[in-house]
Design a protein around this ligand. Sequence first.
Ligand code: GLV
Ligand code: GLV
Length: 300
Amino acid sequence: MLEERFRVNLLEGADPRTPADLRRALRGSAAVLGMLSDPFTREVIESAPELKVIATYAVGYNNIDIACCRERGIRVCNTPDVLTEATAELAFALLLAVSRRIVEGDRFTREGRFTGWQPGLMLGVELWGKTCGVIGLGRIGAAFARRARASGMDVVYANRSESPHAAAVQARRVPLEELLRTADVVSIHTPLNAESAGLLSRERLALLKADAILVNTARGQVVDEAALVELLRARRIFGAGLDVFEREPELSPGLVDLPNVVLAPHAGSATRETRAKMGELCAQAIIDVLEGREPRNAVV
Ligand code: GLV
Ligand code: GLV
């Protein structure tokens, strides 16, 4: 789509890219299709005076200095909606993997340690009849809540305001602390911003129930990862499913040694279907801005 209309410079190899990589790549560019791991800092953006649009291949845009783009009249477009179901599917896959110890059981079986059926072997926790707490009932949170409802769970949610999705998934809004104290499953679906950074602090994580499962497919910086490692190590909660990390791609010390955590490489939207649609949305956004039309999915 882009090569049919524009001269396209493909930057390969350097991932994650540094601000210096981006400054070089943006020289003379009117548009950029960037990844969520690309730091579009003020310094990077201001080094590209011809830039008109940043199309980011993600729904989250915490890697982009939005205020700077607004000041300079640079449009920023993201890829919501097309990745909603894929991300909710991964979150639910992580939940089941933790609750029924799928990864641990796979390793156990492969290693030849399954020597016969036993009543106490690989006991997990059941989701049916439990309470699911969704932090951030936006589109992805609601898609996760729908899956929780279909699995026989009650849904509560914490959100800064009433969510328009609440009625459709029969979710009740509760204060965050109450959610953490009462939910058996806690799944994070808030964007990363000044309010959500560090939201699940050590003190708040300590409120989780003894058999709670925490799932994070949003952003690692919402959770105090070192405190979570300690909780998991002490078996103060049942387990966690993590697709995102506080200092990605680095993992907090001790995380990989824990049997009660299932890890994924930030792959929430990583289905063939969704990734193709994300690419199309980004390309179309660039075409629309450069050809003078109002783009869909404009953040700025
Ligand atoms: C992925 O993390 C996204 O924001 O799309
Ligand atoms: C288990 O395989 C059962 O039959 O209960």
